[in-house]
Write a protein that binds this ligand. Structure first.
Ligand code: SF4
Length: 905
């Protein structure tokens, strides 16, 4: 990009063409006063504080809207400018209730700072008291509060709602001195399109918009602000927990603009979902079961007694039935360090590879499929690239709800015209409203859809033949399958019109660069690995992989599911995906860990459940997972867990799984921990202790180490950094990752050495496996089809306000207020046929179970398909789902099973 030099306050500044004067000045360390500027939004020049004088030009100009020109000479600090700024501030303050002493933002308010800097007296211009009397759109609202008497009408909240969040909920009402922020028709926030992201609070330069729960809960001087990583989804937003110095409680969550990956933006969970940390129901003491399994009878125990019991019972099972009779569930919620120690414990102390975690249930088909095609099963590109990728193809990902910050990046890119968007999803999800093309395929028909797109690409000669010839193998083998996969055949299978498939194929193949985004709509099928493989085929066929803006991007669900996989919490690989049955790898780890290790791949999550049922597995150690709600066919899971000889659960709450345990061990939450998480773009980021853990809770890794010692295998670490040093030494892709290097900004693996800058996109020049490999996959229907007894197809998933089994989000006042229960989404055609009205309770049954839940009638789902989230134990979706497994990845088919819906009596 062309560089331009200008002179600001006689200082030469060189910046890229198109830079504003305000930003050029910032680059030179000159802070021009401003109130309405937020770098996340387009500048509007409304507050008139950032005025500058430009040599040779008349009047004063707003530096936030003025673009730098070569040799421009600019003054930012003259008596004339400062006099004008003072007058402007006086006008602003005449309408602003000037009560800094009792204001929550006292000490971090730019208006207050400028008033002081420019010696503004509040009484020079008569104070304007009244505003129009209208209903305040935040009345009765639990999340936030709008105080019009503190509003300076800068318009930042309205701009961020439209430009960053992309929803245009907020608007300015009235004119002149009567301007107010409100919603369309002043409807209460909860009844509007608001997603409760509260970017409006984050941009408000005063405290006109503020978290309701944080009012009078402490000012800046009362807080410790601790930078850490959000503990919910795989985006890995950087958050600042504002912890009151006296109470030790989290008062509010803020985020710094300019910091990757979220640039100061948060979603409703990150902003309002932290109540669980200080919840009185946290586990605080070890518990030992005293009654029958599941009857709720427990007694508190000292740590030594509880740990002795765990170690002795596991050792007994090992002695009687061998190490393979024991299994461990690691956790995508806990840190890399916890996961590393857990898998090491299972392998080195117990002696089995029976260790797995919930990645099995969400992205094991990604790990298997992308490893086969590319040699590495992770997101190929970076989140930041999605802001200017020419073509984004989202398939099977409800991005705005499940990965909200990535969702808003994509919405912004489309709104700004930088990106075109294709969405393929069985539901009319919110991101589909921004799409150029939405293909509403039947659940489980993705292979047919993608094969048909490839058919069009080949027939219309849109493939990248050079890329295929130089970078891939196996292309010829693919051709017979693709030849027969016509769009007309796909239309019959998918219900997407053939012409729409053709348009989508052309748009994808002819884009300058195209990135595929997918998630569990692709992976959670009995053909999940095939789904991933055909997406890899599509990308390779068009040369859309291995460079910026072009790739295949699985969005990982939980905060550390990528890290838990990287750390080897999988039954067939050690950390860094090093195979347990490779003799060289086995030797390497035997030497490092000074013990004999098994070379037999272990059991997966569902296989472990089956093993408990059959008696093959007798002991199970669950860290931070809740299979009683999250696994498919939960009635079977509950029966299996009840059959365990010994079940130990380590968690922060008494989960539905913990209620069945023999011993329950209290652990730290993410806000109490040091360590690292790895987000969906492979970025390893720091987690920092912000609050004191409750009662006698301990770190997950420390509990495991204490049990391991009792079982005769010593694992001694002074702190999490010592664990990371061991990870670094044994994991080639983490070889250059140290706490020091990631103190401010995380690093993306592969990062093999301490001088390596990390890798924003994968497979540049060569694939991790050498040549990319095409794999042939034919359409196979879901295992269970709709029939006369069960005539509808159920698909399941998540929603914006809740997370996983609701253990954390359902303890948030705001989130629970927003969404207190689930609903069954039902198309009007089906609802009419069944005689079900919107909001009416319905009974949903499958061959495995039944739930009762209110219906929501609408056209989000197509006729014949219903949708239910799995967050609510009152109507657990997984009581209905089927445990049919993908033969390669062993992932269950959460996304399609046959159900019937009846009016609930
Ligand atoms: Fe947390 Fe994900 Fe929301 Fe970011 S997008 S605040 S990581 S839940």
């Amino acid at each position: 990009m062309k560089q331009i030099t200008c002179y600001i306050d006689d200082k030469a500044v060189t910046v890229a063409e198109g830079t504003t004067l305000l930003n050029a000045a910032r680059k030179a360390g000159i802070d021009i006063p401003n109130l309405c500027y937020d770098p996340r939004c387009a500048p509007i020049g409304a507050c008139r504080l950032c005025l500058v004088e430009i040599e040779g030009q008349r009047g004063m100009q707003t530096s936030c809207t003025r673009i730098v020109e070569p040799d421009m000479r600019v003054a930012t600090d003259t008596p004339k400018l400062n006099s004008q700024r003072k007058r402007t501030l006086e006008l602003i303050l005449s309408e602003h209730r000037f009560e800094c002493g009792t204001c929550d933002t006292d000490g971090e308010c730019r208006l207050q700072d400028y008033a002081y800097d420019f010696k503004v007296q509040e009484n020079r211009i008569p104070h304007i008291e009244s505003r129009v009397k209208t209903r305040n759109y935040t009345s009765g609202e639990k999340a936030l509060i709008y105080d019009p008497t503190k509003c300076i009408r800068c318009g930042r909240c309205v701009a961020i709602c439209a430009e960053v969040q992309g929803i245009e909920t907020l608007t300015l009402r009235n004119r002149s001195g009567q301007v107010l922020v409100t919603t369309g028709f002043d409807v209460p926030l909860k009844e509007s399109t608001c997603e409760t992201c509260s970017q409006c609070i984050s941009t408000c330069p005063t405290s006109a918009l503020y978290e309701r729960s944080a009012k009078f809960a402490g000012k800046l001087k009362d807080m410790n602000r601790v930078r850490t990583t959000c503990g919910y989804c795989g985006v890995g937003c950087q958050i600042d927990l504002n912890v009151h110095k006296k109470t030790g409680k989290i008062v509010r969550v803020t985020s710094e603009v300019g910091v990757v990956p979220n640039d100061g933006n948060l979603c409703v969970k990150g902003r309002f979902g932290m109540d669980f940390v200080g919840d009185s129901r946290r586990l605080t003491k070890p518990l030992i079961r005293t009654g029958e399994r599941g009857d709720g009878a427990y007694r508190e125990a000292e740590w030594d007694e509880a740990l002795d019991l765990v170690a002795s019972r596991l050792s007994k099972i090992k002695k009687e039935a061998g190490p393979d009779a024991i299994a461990g569930f690691s956790s995508a919620r806990t840190t890399n360090e916890d996961n590393f120690v857990m898998q090491k414990f299972v392998r080195a102390a117990v002696g089995t590879n029976n260790v797995d975690h919930c990645a099995r249930l969400c992205h094991s088909s990604t790990v298997a499929g992308l490893a086969k095609a590319f040699g590495s099963g992770a997101m190929t590109n970076s989140i930041a690239e999605l802001s200017d990728t020419p073509l984004i193809f989202i398939i099977g990902s409800n991005t705005t709800e499940c990965h909200p910050i990535i969702g808003i990046n994509i919405r912004q890119a489309v709104q700004s015209g930088k990106s075109k968007l294709i969405v393929a999803d069985p539901r009319r999800i919110s991101i589909a409203r921004s799409a150029d093309i939405h293909m509403q395929q039947r659940s489980g028909s993705d292979v047919a859809l993608i094969n048909a797109m490839m058919h069009v690409i080949l027939k219309e000669d849109l493939a990248d033949r050079d890329f295929i010839a130089s970078r891939t193998e196996g292309f010829e083998d693919l051709l017979p399958e693709i030849e027969g996969a016509t769009p007309e055949l796909a239309e019959k299978i998918t219900s997407v019109p053939a012409e729409t498939i053709r348009k989508a194929a052309r748009m994808y193949a002819t884009a300058e660069s195209a990135a595929i985004i997918y998630s569990m709509g692709i992976t959670q099928h009995a053909c999940g690995t095939d789904n991933v493989l055909v997406l890899a085929n599509l990308a390779m066929m068009t040369g859309n992989v291995g460079r910026r803006n072009a790739g295949v991007n699985p969005l990982r669900g939980q905060n550390n599911v990528q890290g838990a996989c990287d750390m080897g919490a999988l039954p067939n690989v050690y950390n860094g995906y090093q195979k347990v049955d490779d003799p060289k790898v086995q030797k390497k780890f035997e030497t490092a860990w000074n013990t004999k290790l098994s070379n037999k791949p272990g059991l997966t999550v569902v296989e472990i459940m089956n093993g408990l049922e059959s008696g093959k597995v007798r002991g199970l150690y669950v860290m931070g997972e809740n299979p009683a709600l999250s696994d498919p066919d939960t009635n079977h899971v509950l029966e299996s867990l009840k059959k365990a000889d010994f079940l130990v659960v380590q968690d922060i709450f008494m989960t539905e799984t913990a209620e069945l345990a023999d011993v329950v061990l209290p652990a730290y939450s993410f806000a109490e921990k040091e360590g690292t998480f790895t987000n969906t773009e492979r970025r390893v980021q720091r987690l920092r202790k912000a609050v004191t853990p409750p009662g006698e809770a301990l770190e997950d890794w420390e509990i495991i180490c204490r049990i391991s010692l009792r079982m005769g295998y010593e694992m001694a670490y002074g702190n999490t950094e010592a664990i990371m040093k061991e990870i670094q030494s044994l994991t080639p892709s983490y070889g250059g990752i140290t706490y020091k290097r990631i103190d401010k900004v995380g690093l993306q693996w592969p990062c093999p050495t301490e001088d390596h800058p990390g890798t924003p996109w994968l497979h540049e020049g060569t694939f991790a496996r050498g040549l990319g490999k095409f794999h042939t996959a034919a359409y196979i229907p879901p295992r269970e089809q709709a029939d006369t007894a069960y005539p509808l197809v159920l698909t399941t998933g998540r929603q914006l306000e809740h997370w996983h089994t609701g253990t954390m989000t359902r303890k948030s006042v705001v989130l629970d207020d927003r969404v207190p229960h689930g609903v069954l989404e039902l198309n009007p055609e089906d609802a009419t046929r069944l005689g079900v009205a919107d909001g009416e309770p319905v009974k949903v049954s499958s061959r495995r179970g039944e739930v009762t839940v209110p219906a929501r009638v609408g056209d989000k789902t197509a006729p014949g398909t219903v949708f239910l989230v799995f967050h609510f134990k009152e109507h657990p979706a997984n009581a209905l789902t089927i445990a049919a497994l993908d033969p390669v990845a062993k992932i269950p088919e959460f996304k399609a099973c046959a159900v019937k819906v009846e009016k609930s009596s």
